[in-house]
Design a protein around this ligand. Sequence first.
Ligand code: TXE
Length: 500
Amino acid sequence: YSNAAAAVENTITPPVKVEHTQLLIGGRFVDAVSGKTFPTLDPRNGEVIAQVAEGDAEDVNRAVAAARKAFDEGPWPRMTAYERSKILFRFADLIEKHNDEIAALETWDNGKPYEQSVQIEVPMLARVFRYYAGWADKIHGMTMPGDGPHHVQTLHEPIGVAGQIIPWNFPLLMLSWKLGPALACGNTIVLKTAEQTPLSALLVGKLLHEAGLPDGVVNIVSGFGATAGAAIASHMDVDKVAFTGSTDVGKIILELASKSNLKAVTLELGGKSPFIVCEDADVDQAVELAHFALFFNQGQCCCAGSRTFVHERVYDEFVEKAKARALKRNVGDPFKSGIEQGPQVDSEQFKKILKYIKYGVEAGATLQAGGDRLGSKGYYIQPTVFSDVKDDMLIATDEIFGPVQTILKFKDLDEVIARANNSRYGLAAGVFTQNLDTAHRLMRALRVGTVWINCFDVLDASIPFGGYKMSGIGREKGLYSLNNYLQVKAVVTSLKNPAW
Ligand code: TXE
C-alpha cells in the first residue's frame, strides 16, 4: 500500500462553501438556545470544517413546538394531497439542480468518494423523494362490509409529529428514507442528524423550503445523541420516533419511548450479513460482488456482507483472488477521481476497526491483506482481508463497520444455513449461485429482512428495508414504510336504510 499512502497525504480543496451551520426551526435558521457550537471534522485530516450550532433538549422543545403548531394549525396536513405531492416533486427538481454542491458537502463531512456522492447518492436522494411524491395522493382508507346496518370505513391519517434520528454513514439517504414517507403522509417532523455529519441536511432543508414547504413542517436539530437525540425519544409531544443506528442505542430509544408517552417506534439497527458463495459460482464474479458487498462506503453499511461464506471447493481460489482484489482497491482523497475508498468517518470508528483487526490476528485468523492504517493523517484504513475465520471469533460475530472482509469456509447448504442464521442480527444476506433450487432454498431459510441473489446493495426506493431479530423493528422504503407514519381511524356510520 505504499503508493496509496502517498495518495492520502495531500488534500484537495472541496468545491463547495459551507453556508448553513445553524439549527433549522420553524422555517428559520437559528442559533442553539445555549449559544453552544461543536466542530464538524474533515475525516481526511481531522481538521475543523465548520462550527455547527449544538442543539440540546431546549432546542428540541422549540423544534417540537414548531412541528406541533405546523401539524395542529398549519396547512401541511390540510392541503390537498396533490399540493403536497407537487411540493415534493419541486424539491426533487431542486436536489437535481444542486446535485454537485450537495454531493461535495456530503463527501467533505463523511469522507465517501465524491464520484459516489455525485453519481449515486444525490441522484438517489432525488429518486426517493419523487417516489414518495408519487405516493402522496395515493394514500387512502377502505370501506368494508359490517354485520349490521352500518357504513364502515377507515381513514388513513398522519400520525402527527415524527421524531427522526439518523446516522452518519449515508446522511442524505437516511434523511430521505425518513422524511419521504413522513411527508407524503402529511406529518410534521423533528430530525436530528448525526454529530459527525450535520452539513448536507441543512442545505437540503433550505431547498425543501425553497420548494414551498410550509414553515415548521421539517425542523432540523444538529447535536449529540445523549442530549438532543434522547430529548426527541422521550418527548411527550412526539407521536412517533424512527431511529437508525447502533443496536445499543436502539434499545435506549425503545426504553425512552416506553417511559414517556408510548410513542410508536421503528428501528433500523446493526447487522452481520452473510454473503454465501456456493460451489457452482463463477469465482471471479463472486469475488467482485463479495468485495463490493463488504467494502462499499468504506465498509460502513448496516447491510454490509460482512461474513463471506465460501464453499470449500472454491475456497482457496476465492481467498487468493479476494486478497488480490483488496490489494488493488484504490484508496485516497475522496475528492480525487477514480477513488474507491476514502477515510472512515471519525477517529472513534477508525479506532474501533483497528481494534477488531487486532482481535482477528490474536484469535488466529489469517491476515491476507491490509491490517493497518493508511498514511499518517486522517482516518484511512487499508482494505483488509482475513481468511480461516471461525464463527465464534469476534470479527465474525460483531459489526466492525469498516473495510475488513472475513472469509469463512463451508461444506454444505444445511451447515451454511445454520451458521448464517446463528447471529443476533438478521438484516440482509447475499446469495451467489447459478442453481435455481439452491437460490430458493437459501432465500426461504435465511432469517433476514433482505436477500440479494446474484446482486447486492440494490436499494431502490420501492424495496422495503429492515431487519429480523436485533437488526430492528419495522420496514423503511416502499409501500410498507407508509404504515409507519399513518394512523388508521375506523369510522362506523349508522344507516337508516341499509337496503337500496
Ligand atoms: O452509533 P449511534 P455510532 C453501528 C456501527 C457503528 C456503531 C456505533 O457498528 O460502529 O453503530 O456508531 C444518536 N438517544 N451503526 O456511535 O450512537 C446519534 O447522535 C438518542 C450502524 O455513531 O447509534 C446518531 O444520530 N439518540 C448504523 C445516531 O443515534 C442517540 C449506522 C446513531 O448513533 C443516543 C451507524 C441516545 N442516547 C452506526 N445516542 C446503521 N444501522 O446503519 C446516540 N444517538
